[in-house]
Design a protein around this ligand. Structure first.
Ligand code: PGA
Length: 251
């Protein structure tokens, strides 16, 4: 596990550098991409660089790692999020995504699982972390090899979604399984803000267990954790200060 701790103002830049660096993993890089507030500075930085001809993401194939089981045109859907934050980056290809217009969500989830395998798995999975340690909508209790599927959203996930969905907050979600996410050649875990400090400490230093799906990142063969200083604030100093391969801090 490589740990990068960066000042908040540099979070987007460092994530964008990693994104562009991860394009070297495969000739046709295939990335799992997250929604939420955490990756917004990364997408904004990629957009800025692409607009000025300083980054080219045309080679990237991307899949949305999850979706709410609700109307896709609602402002709270991940479909709407990708339209706003991803498709506005010059050169971005449309993301593969769960289509909530599907008649049968089980079949739709299986279609997405197959799609990832057909494209020979993810080159990199970019993941945020929920306050309960979820990865995409793989909530606590999810087995490490879980398939892509329909899930009941946790109270924490519904609480976060309610800010945009209000009374129409979906009860279900569609998610890529931990299996395909953790089989990515490289896994990135991104977190920012003081509210993530506690769960980050638990995920990175606690027991590796389904109780905290993000803890599985600890023993992925190529995982990179990018934190701003606030999200890293509860980590043991020894972990953050270590230099070399294990951890780097950016001043
Ligand atoms: P956030 O969501 O980036 O909005 O904090 C992360 C997550 O729930 O995975």
């Amino acid at each position: 596990m490589r740990l990068e701790v960066v000042p908040g103002a540099r979070f987007g830049e460092v994530c964008a550098d990693e994104f562009l660096g991860a394009m070297a993993i495969d000739k046709s890089p295939f990335f799992g991409l997250p929604t939420g507030s955490t990756p917004q500075p990364m997408y904004a930085e990629l957009r800025y660089r692409a607009e000025f001809g300083r980054a080219n993401i045309e080679r990237v194939y991307a899949v949305a790692i999850d979706e709410y089981a609700g109307p896709r045109d609602h402002a709270g859907s991940n479909h709407a999020y990708f339209r706003e934050h991803w498709m506005t980056i010059p050169g971005a290809r449309p993301v593969f995504e769960f289509d909530t217009r599907a008649l049968d969500y089980d079949i739709e989830a299986a279609r997405m699982e197959d799609l990832v395998h057909t494209l020979k798995g993810l080159s990199a999975a970019f993941l945020g972390i929920g306050l309960n340690g979820h990865l995409a909508f793989n909530e606590p209790g999810t087995a490490r090899h879980a398939l892509s599927r329909v899930v009941e959203l946790s109270p924490e996930s519904r609480g976060a979604a309610a800010a945009v969905w209000g009374e129409r907050t979906p009860w279900l979600g569609l998610t890529l399984g931990l299996g395909v996410l953790l089989q990515a050649k490289r896994v990135y875990l991104l977190a920012s803000g003081p509210h993530k400090a506690h769960i980050i400490n638990r995920a990175l230093t606690g027991e590796i267990s389904a109780d905290c799906p993000a803890s599985f990142v600890q023993d992925h063969h190529d995982s990179v954790v990018i934190l701003d200083e606030e999200a890293a604030s509860e980590l043991p100093r020894s972990l953050v200060a270590a230099k070399g391969d294990a951890a780097t801090t950016h001043g």
